[in-house]
Design a protein around this ligand. Structure first.
Ligand code: PLP
Length: 311
C-alpha cells in the first residue's frame, strides 16, 4: 500500500496542500509536544476526534496571501489573530512561533507545490476536549480557479439577512462579532444558497437594513472620489484588505470614509467591490439582479486593491 493510503486517501491523489503542525499537538506525527513547528504529511490526519475546532468550531483563524514565496500583510493578520484569540479567551498565541511556522510553511510550499499564489491559513483551536491542550496548525494550498475568475470577471451578488442588529456586539460579547472564529458554517451556507439561485456571492444586511460584509469579504463602495465602507463597530470583521486599501487610496488623493450604508446607497454608488486577502477584489456586477456597470475608475480601484494585498 502506498504511503498515506491507509488513511483513506485515494490511491494516486496526493493532497495538494502543505501542512505545518504549529503547537506540536499532532496525532503522533511531527514531534508531539515539540517547541518548534514541523512540516507534517498532508496525507496523514493531524487532529484528534475530540478537538474542539472539529466538534464546536471553537477556535480562530486567519487566511493570508502567499505570492511568489512572500507572505503578505503579516502584521495586520497577526494583530487580528491576537485580538480574535483574546475575544475567545484562548491562551495568547506565541506570535513569533506562528511567524516561524509561516516561514516554514511558505518554504515547504515553494519546494513541494510551487504555485505562484496560495492561501496560507492559520488555525488555532481550543484543542482536545479531554486534555484541554490547544492545537494549532497551518495549511497552504494553491488558490482556486474560482478566485481568479472572480477577480477577472466580477461577481453577481445576492443580499441576505444577517439575522441580528448591528449593536449585537455591544450587548452580547459572547456573540463574538468581530472575531475571526472557526464557526463559518452559516457564512458558507449563505454562499451555497446564493449559488443555487444563480448568484456568485453575498452581501449581508443587518436587521435595520445596514450593509454589513460578505461571508468572506469586506464591502467597498466608490462614490465620486470617495471610498466608503461600513464602520467596523457595525457587527463586522475588521478587514485587513479594506484597511490597507484605504491607506493607499488616501496616499493617492482619494477620500475615504467609514459610513453606515444601505442597499440603496450601494445601488446609487459608482461601483461596489468585495475585498479580501486572497481574492484581493471582485467587482460587484449586479446586486439582486440590478446591474452595476463598471465605472471609469474601476482599473484604478482594482490596482489599489491589488497593491493593498501584495505590498
Ligand atoms: N469579513 C469576513 C466575514 C471575512 O471572512 C473576511 C476574510 O476572510 C473579510 C471580511 C476580509 O478580511 P481580510 O481583508 O482581512 O481578508
Amino acid at each position: 500500500m502506498a504511503e498515506g493510503t491507509q488513511h483513506g486517501e485515494l490511491a494516486g491523489t496526493r493532497p495538494s496542500v502543505v501542512v505545518v503542525d504549529v503547537l506540536g499537538s499532532g496525532s503522533g506525527q511531527g514531534n508531539p509536544g515539540a517547541l518548534e513547528p514541523a512540516v507534517v504529511d498532508p496525507a496523514v490526519p493531524l487532529i484528534y476526534a475530540d478537538d474542539l475546532a472539529a466538534v464546536r468550531g471553537d477556535g480562530v483563524f486567519e487566511t493570508l496571501m502567499l505570492r511568489d514565496g512572500q507572505v503578505h500583510k503579516l502584521e495586520r493578520h497577526s494583530q487580528r489573530f491576537l485580538n480574535s484569540a483574546a475575544m475567545l479567551n484562548l491562551p495568547e498565541p506565541d506570535i513569533e512561533l506562528w511567524h516561524r511556522a509561516t516561514t516554514l510553511a511558505a518554504e515547504a510550499f515553494s519546494a513541494d507545490i510551487g504555485a505562484d499564489e496560495a492561501a496560507l491559513r492559520w488555525v488555532y483551536s481550543r484543542g482536545r476536549e479531554s486534555t484541554g491542550r490547544p492545537s494549532g496548525w497551518i495549511t497552504v494550498a494553491p488558490i482556486s480557479p474560482e478566485v481568479e475568475a472572480a477577480r477577472a470577471e466580477g461577481v453577481d451578488v445576492m443580499t441576505a439577512e444577517r439575522g441580528f442588529r448591528i449593536d449585537l456586539s455591544q450587548r452580547s460579547p459572547w456573540a463574538l462579532v468581530g472575531a475571526k472564529t472557526l464557526s463559518y458554517a452559516a457564512n458558507m451556507a449563505a454562499l451555497r444558497a446564493a449559488k443555487v439561485q444563480g448568484f456568485s456571492d453575498v452581501i449581508f444586511i443587518s436587521d435595520e437594513g445596514q450593509v454589513l460584509e460578505g461571508p468572506t469579504s469586506s464591502v467597498i463602495a466608490v462614490k465620486g472620489n470617495t471610498l466608503l465602507t461600513p464602520p467596523t463597530d457595525a457587527g463586522i470583521l475588521p478587514g485587513t484588505t479594506q484597511a490597507a486599501l484605504f491607506q493607499i487610496a488616501q496616499q493617492q488623493g482619494w477620500a475615504t470614509e467609514q459610513k453606515s450604508l444601505t442597499l440603496k446607497d450601494l445601488l446609487d454608488s459608482d461601483g461596489v467591490w468585495l475585498v479580501s486577502s486572497v481574492r484581493a477584489y471582485a467587482r460587484v456586477k449586479s446586486i439582486d439582479g440590478h446591474k452595476m456597470e463598471p465605472p471609469a475608475c474601476a482599473g484604478q480601484i482594482e490596482a489599489m486593491a491589488w497593491q493593498a494585498v501584495t505590498s
